[in-house]
Design a protein. Sequence first.
Length: 195
Amino acid sequence: MRTASINRKTNETDITLTLTLDGSGKSTVNTGCGFLDHMLTLFSKHARFDLLVKCAGDTEVDFHHTAEDIGIVLGQAFKEALGDKKGIVRYGSCILPMDEALVMSAVDISGRSYLKCSFEDLTEKVGDFDTELVEEFFYAFCRQAELTLHIRQLDGSNTHHILEGAFKSVARSLRAAVKIDEDFKDEIPSTKGVL
C-alpha cells in the first residue's frame, strides 16, 4: 500500500499528516481553519486518498503559515507514498463544474516542480480565509511533491465555488495520475528511466 506519515514542527506550525494513495477517500482533518478543513476533506474524497491532518498553527496571526506548511507536508507525503513511481499513469486532468464555476486542472508527476494557477476576480476572503492562500498551498504542495500542476478558472463568479472546484479538480487529476497502469506496471513512465 502506498502510504506515508510526516511530522513537521516549526515555531509557526506543528503538523502530523498521514496520506494513503490507495484509499477510499476517508479523512480526519483539523487544521484550525474551517475553510481549509472543508477543502482538504473534499480533496480526500474526490482523490480517494485517505488523509489524516492535525495542525496547531499560529492562527492568531492569520492562516498563511498553516496553509503553506500543510501544503509542504502534504507534498512530502505524496512524494514519499509514490515511491519509485513505477507503473503510474503519470498524467491526469479534469474539467470540473461547480454550479456556475468551471475549473480545469492538469498534472504531470514529472519530478519537476511547477505551478501555473489562474484565478480571476476572487473576493479577498471566504469567511476568515484569505483566498490568495490557495495558490500558496498549491505552490508548496507542488514544490515538495515535485510535480507540474496547472489550475485554470474557465468560468465562475462565486469565490467559494471557484476554489472548491479547484480542489476537487486537482484531486481528480491526481487520482488519475497515480493510478497504476497494468500494461506498464514495472516501468517508469519516462524515456529518461527516472521521474
